[in-house]
Design a protein around this ligand. Structure first.
Ligand SMILES: NC(=O)c1ccc[n+]([C@@H]2O[C@H](COP(=O)([O-])OP(=O)(O)OC[C@H]3O[C@@H](n4cnc5c(N)ncnc54)[C@H](OP(=O)(O)O)[C@@H]3O)[C@@H](O)[C@H]2O)c1
Length: 255
């Protein structure tokens, strides 16, 4: 789908990758609905979107609340009549040592990554089913969702759950012309994780990530993994014996 003059919803757009994608799309005369909890940050993003020539609707809300998510979709449709593209982008992956974790630490990560996606997904499907041209629902997933990474077990599990759910949704929703995309970035330097200690050669900027996400939306790639070097690294263990993968990953933990 071309990315001009479209109605586009981006969740988690107050900072990081969601904000970068919203700003990248704002040069295409789009109508962009942005949502997150931090109202002032959202207003700043909306202002820049408008300066760049698109319309903006900023709606603050907590995506953990099913009703608030459904209301956001409703407000977007009242304002703009339809939703052509939705990027469900909310998520977080703080490090967690399983030996120290309590059940709620682990389940909270599933809520932030999986539940927030589902809370938007269902009302979006209801809306897109009645639109002549269907629509695109994309999720900002992660390369971490392909492998149980040390200190990221809860995050890898949550992103894998999203990915598998979307695989099924893609098949079931094809009849309504709803295209479901899973977009999997590697490490992206954002405001929140810039002290993260990941070697610079393995990271990319938010603008690079946004460029790739726009490419994925435009091409409607069902599963889009980037950057290539990390994509290969993350896929390699599929072809290695398990003991070799575990040895490599435990070196990561102790490095
Ligand atoms: N950074 C990376 O290296 C990387 C790599 C691969 C994938 N990803 C994925 O990319 C996505 C964006 O992450 P990011 O790195 O850009 O992080 P970020 O800057 O922390 O962005 C997260 C966004 O989600 C919003 N959010 C969080 N909880 C929410 C809630 N309950 N309700 C509504 N909004 C909520 C935050 O806004 P408020 O706090 O204002 O609500 C913020 O706008 C995530 O899904 C992440 O897993 C990130």
């Amino acid at each position: 789908m071309d990315l001009e003059q479209k109605v586009i919803l981006i969740t988690g757009a107050s900072s990081g990758i969601g904000k970068a994608v919203a700003l990248a799309l704002s040069h295409g005369h789009n109508r962009i609905v942005i949502t997150a909890r931090r109202k002032e940050l959202l207003s700043d993003v909306a202002e820049t979107i408008q300066k760049n020539g698109s319309e903006a609707l900023a709606i603050d809300g907590d995506a953990l609340d099913e009703e608030q998510a459904a209301n956001i979709i409703q407000q977007a449709v009242v304002q703009f009549g339809r939703i052509d593209i939705a990027l469900l982008n909310i998520g977080a992956g703080p490090s967690l040592s399983i030996a120290q974790a309590c059940p709620d630490d682990i389940k909270q990560n599933m809520r932030v990554n999986y539940d927030t996606m589902i809370n938007f997904f269902c009302p979006l499907v209801r809306q897109m089913k009645v639109q002549d041209s269907g629509g695109i629902i994309a999720n900002t997933n992660s390369l971490a969702g392909f492998l149980g990474l040390p200190t990221q077990g809860q995050y890898s599990a949550a992103k894998a759950a999203c990915r598998i759910f979307l695989d099924t949704a893609r098949i079931e929703l094809k009849q309504y012309n709803i295209r479901v995309l899973t977009i999997c970035p590697g490490f992206v330097v954002t405001e929140r994780n810039k002290q993260g200690g990941i070697p610079g050669s393995l990271t990319m900027s938010m603008d690079d990530a946004a460029r790739n996400i726009l490419k994925a939306l435009k091409s409607e790639s069902k599963e889009y993994l980037f950057p290539t070097r990390l994509k290969i690294a993350i896929m390699l263990p599929r072809f290695l014996p398990r003991f070799a993968t575990e040895r490599i990953l435990s070196r990561l933990l102790h490095s």
